[in-house]
Structure formats: C-alpha cells, structure tokens
Design a protein around this ligand. Structure first.
Ligand code: GRF
Length: 204
C-alpha cells in the first residue's frame, strides 16, 4: 500500500512509520509515497528527506480551508496514495479533503477520543493525574477526533512526575501502535466499520 504521511511539526511518528516500512512491521506491506506538510519549514520534512522519502509542501497560512485542501488533494493524488496517514498534521480537514479519500484517512490521537478531543491531550492526562491514558488510532471523518476507532493501547502513567515523562511514555506507545495498526489494516486483519467506507453523499 502507498502511504502519504502528513505532518506539521517534529515528525516523530513519521520517523517511526518510515522505519517500520524500511525494516519493521510495514516492510513489504507499505511504501512511503510522500511526506507532505502544510508548513514548508516543518522540521519533520527535512528529517523525511534525510530518510530518503519524497517530500512535498504547500503553505496553508492565510489560505481558505476549502481552497487549500483542494490544492493539497491535487498534490497528494500525484503520488497515488492508498492511505493518508496524519502524523501531527495540525489542520482540521475540510469535507473536500475527507471525501477525496473517504475511509482511507487515519489519525493518531494521544488520548481516548471518546474522552478527549483536540489539542493538549498529554497535558490533560497529566493535569488530571490520570493513572493511564489510551493512545487511539482512528479513521478521520468530518468531526474533530470523532471517527471510528481502529485501535487503542493504554499507557501506564503511574509515577510519571512530569509532563515530559507522560509524553515520553505516550510517544513510545504511539510509535509502535500506529505502524502495527496500519499493518493490520493493509493485511485485512482489522475491520473498518461500514459507515466509514460508505460512499459520501453528493457534496453539500
Ligand atoms: C503526537 O502526539 C500525535 O499523537 C499528535 O500530534 C503529535 C505529533 O508528534 N496527533 P510528532 O510530530 O509525530 O512527533
């Protein structure tokens, strides 16, 4: 399967995915078609290039969401992706984007999406002194972190004294769960809820 990995920042999940493709659970299952960013100066883009990935970017600053997303769809389609893998892509996707890749867009969220949506999920877990949090890989729909859950894995947060420690433990789980979930999906071992695959209605 051909992956388009989308990021806006650091790209540690991207690195984990590329490593899984190059010599881990995604070897012989996936290839990285492109690493794309809405931030031309995202550190993750440079890292991706250094890892040998094709990269592309389009600055989103000041652009209308719908129009920007239409341009992104056009760029991504040049790489014929089977899956769009969001890895710290800090944009809410417009219906234009969602419909272009319906049922084939994945995201990773550092909390149980039924309990916490949006930014700052590790801060939320830390501030509330949660004994555990759940990393979630889900399909992306038109809401914010509302799509069907594909996989979850708990992170033990007991004794984590700092936010940095919460993040360190969480990211370690993120990095292996994302690749493993993609591998399961590509191999047909994960059932994707029918609703997520239903053909979208005519655009409204
Ligand atoms: C991760 O915590 C991910 O779960 C969230 O954004 C962060 C991205 O980190 N969606 P990185 O850029 O992959 O290092």
């Amino acid at each position: 399967a051909r992956l388009a990995i989308l990021l806006s920042g650091r790209g540690s999940n991207m690195v984990a995915l590329v490593q899984a493709v190059q010599g881990g659970v995604l070897q012989e299952l996936a290839e990285v078609a492109v690493v794309f960013s809405n931030k031309p100066d995202a550190p993750g883009l440079e890292t991706a290039a250094a890892l040998g990935c094709a990269t592309a970017s389009l600055g989103s600053q000041g652009r209308k969401r719908q129009e920007f997303d239409a341009d992104v769809v056009e760029v991504l389609n040049r790489y014929r992706p089977d899956y769009i893998v969001l890895a710290g892509y800090m944009r809410i996707l417009s219906p234009t984007f969602i419909r272009a890749f319906a049922g084939r867009i994945l995201n990773i969220h550092p909390a149980d999406t039924h309990q916490h949506q949006g930014l700052h999920a590790y801060e939320w877990a830390f501030d509330n002194q949660l004994p555990e949090t759940k990393i979630t890989v889900h399909l992306v729909d038109e809401g914010l972190d509302t799509g069907p859950v594909l996989a979850q894995q708990p992170v033990d947060l007991r004794g984590a004294a700092t936010l940095q420690e919460v993040e360190r433990r969480g990211l370690a789980v993120e990095h292996q769960l994302y690749a493993a979930t993609l591998a399961g999906l590509i191999q047909g071992k994960l059932t994707v809820p029918d609703a997520a695959l239903a053909a979208p209605d005519s655009p409204t």
